[in-house]
Design a binder for this molecule. Sequence first.
Ligand SMILES: Cc1ncc(C[n+]2csc(CCOP(=O)(O)OP(=O)(O)O)c2C)c(N)n1
Ligand SMILES: [Mg+2]
Length: 641
Amino acid sequence: MIEKMTTQTIRYLAVDAIDKAKSGHPGLPMGAAPMAKVLFRDHMNFNPEDPAWKGRDRFVLSAGHGSGLLYALLHLYDYGVSIDDLKQFRQVGSITPGHPEFAQTPGVETTTGPLGQGLANAVGMAMASKKMAADFGELFDNYTYAIVGDGDLMEGITAEASSLAGHLKLNKLIVLYDSNNITIDGRTDITFSENVLDRYKAYGWNTIFVEDGNDEEAITRAIAEAKKAEAPTLIEIKTIIGYGSPNKSDSSAAHGAPLGAEETALTKKTTGWDFEETFYVPEEVRDEFKKIIEKKKDYYNKWIAEYEAAGIVFPSIKEGALEAMMAASGEAKATRNHGATMINILNEYLPGLFGGSADLAGSNLTTIKDGGFFSAENPAGQNIHFGIREHAMAAIVNGIVLHGTYRGFDSTFLSFADYMKPSLRLAALMHIPAVSIFTHDSIGVGEDGPTHQPIEQALMLRSIPGMRVYRPADAKETAQAYYDAFTGEGPASILLTRQKLPELEIDRAEAGKGGYIAFKEEEAPELILLASGSELHLALEVAKALRGRVDTRVVSMLSMEVFEAQSPEYKEEVLPGSVRRRIAIEAGSSISWYRYIGLDGQCICMDRFGTSGPGDELFKLYGFTQEKILEKIERYLEDEG
Ligand SMILES: Cc1ncc(C[n+]2csc(CCOP(=O)(O)OP(=O)(O)O)c2C)c(N)n1
Ligand SMILES: [Mg+2]
């Protein structure tokens, strides 16, 4: 009796919250309540009083539209989500937003909603747990659980992440599949006909099938079995979406609209829930959850005692990283080569670097020497071979960072940043310090042609709120970019060249401010050239050639976002409002630059795709030479007067 009541309490807290909000997705919570209930009750180790406890099991609701289910559980487990909070579901400023959002609700491990991201985050979390166990001991060898729906399993990112998880034998990753054969447009037979468990077997996963999503005994047994496996496990659990609703269950009508007062009343009556009151939690149900919490706390206290006895010390940051990186520079090289130097110096100062490349390690140059490669056999490895799986790579790095101990990073060619965009966006939304290193910047890539020459990717990255984008011009700017990216707040992208660039002899005192004066005018600036990366060199040459003709200042725009964060006084000092003649030079889309050039300025940029050919010839072909730029400036000065 009490068992049925606890399950129904979870279901109807979600249903009532959705009805009250007149918005939300009741179908998943109603169908998946039993699996979530036994997972939390019988298997997950957690302590609501210490949500950041390093030894906790992680839970990801990848099917984030089912947020009502998670909030009901967080309420019943005393995470600080009150009945009033449930009544504020989906309202402005509430801790119960439409989809689960990291850092807004205690107990929410990651932001989910864009389908597929959550499972890939869970893979990253499971990798971080494996590494922690290898680095700091078995106390950290926790489980990672996820609930996914049909939608998650259709998404490509899930295939990438699951393939890697199988390869890495992440045996402590357990995924519950809410298999209800329904998505928004109807039954899954209109789009989805592969045998999912066979697919996962082929990925190297352990698979289990549970025929009846209401058979709580069978589900808890399946999870117990999964915990013994030597590979990650997918448990397909057949459920009925909107379970219990006479007119909406087993149809997409239950997916994304409130049941409504009438249907809710009918559903409650049909399923033997006789309480009139909405948001009702029977006393005996409250007592039941209290008992479970006490048991969880016993385990937690035992864990803490063992942890304290073990005297585990987490390494801390050493002072002096930026100085060491600045001192290492000097020789003219491609900025990707400077990057290789910087990440290896950083590794001596910053503990916990953990990341790698999507099959381009030899090109991205992001490998940590002597760090070893992470694998089933070597879970202490610091470098990750992600394989050619860019989208999952970025989401896995989010999972690694969210896990809380490691500084995750990824790398690929800049032109493939688009493959990662949905996960980069979520890193920014969560404001987590995931770092991406993108090499093979601009038409400088050359012979591989327009498919590989990024034109609009810097713009794309800069358009993500909270993403710090760095496009360094030489070794010292690369040092600054790496230091800032890995020690600052929120995500960062570093854009690096494949072609060699000269080393600049300029004052770097203000390089940490994102934009700074790289070449000072003789008396008062009559023209400002703004540039970043490889084009900064060109801008400096041009400014020197203009001596005597027009008094020119060059501003290096290493990072627009960092510059924007400076004081209005500093920004005015670097870009005085009175100087209206401004020219931005960047071998990429001009759109980023309009915020700086004003109505009287001009862009010398790349607003078209490039072509296959040697990089230096392409710079000539598209007008990125001193001569061509001087001609343009001459015309500009004539037009502007
Ligand atoms: C990337 C992405 N595409 C589309 C959506 C919109 N969407 C939300 S839920 C959903 C259907 C999901 O079906 P399923 O996972 O089976 O959930 P169920 O209907 O069973 O609750 C879709 C298409 C989304 N949230 N994310
Ligand atoms: Mg479904």
